[in-house]
Write a protein that binds this ligand. Sequence first.
Ligand SMILES: O=C(O)CCC(=O)C(=O)O
Length: 207
Amino acid sequence: MSVEFQANLFDVATAPEVGSLAPTRRTTLPRGAWVDVRPNWITGADEVFARLVSDVPWRAERREMWDQVVDVPRLLHTYAAREALPHPTLVEAREALSRHYLPELEEPFVSAGCCYYRDGSDSVAWHGDTIGRGRHEDTMVAIVSFGDPRRLALRPRGGGESISFTMGHGDLLVMGGSCQRTWEHCVPKTAQAGPRISVQFRPLNVF
Ligand SMILES: O=C(O)CCC(=O)C(=O)O
């Protein structure tokens, strides 16, 4: 699938750099969930974004909704454990996350789900990553965002007040503890936004 992308708007000459994870800011949520945020974790990320746009084999999905089959409003591709990632910075990021969170997670991050939000009308609805082990066990999902800022909102499963984090170019957000089964998250549609790519690193058998 070809996706239009104006690479000349970006500074693809600056080399990407994965920063330190020492100053992450943790927000503790009720029911054993938490969110870590590290703004500007990957600097010089324009070239990473451009390569992901052009090299990831993006696919559009369709799904049944009520009586109709509708387009899923974003493009997707998942790199399973042991599959080569499309940019060395993603390999570096996955290794840094695995090292930093090993004492808590007790296993590495292995897969990388990629989502391409082409504009503000692309989105993902409220959900938890509960296919696989996230349904019953505490786990972590680490999201790195590239491109235009978008809001990632979280709310307690079953109802309650939502909170949200704006994820900008190169920012990291990690959902941990019981977050996938006791909370839901979404990326709502917005009136104005350019393209954004989200890369989600997950441990084995968390989807
Ligand atoms: O776009 C994001 O950062 C969130 C993606 C997500 O929640 C998912 O694909 O499960």
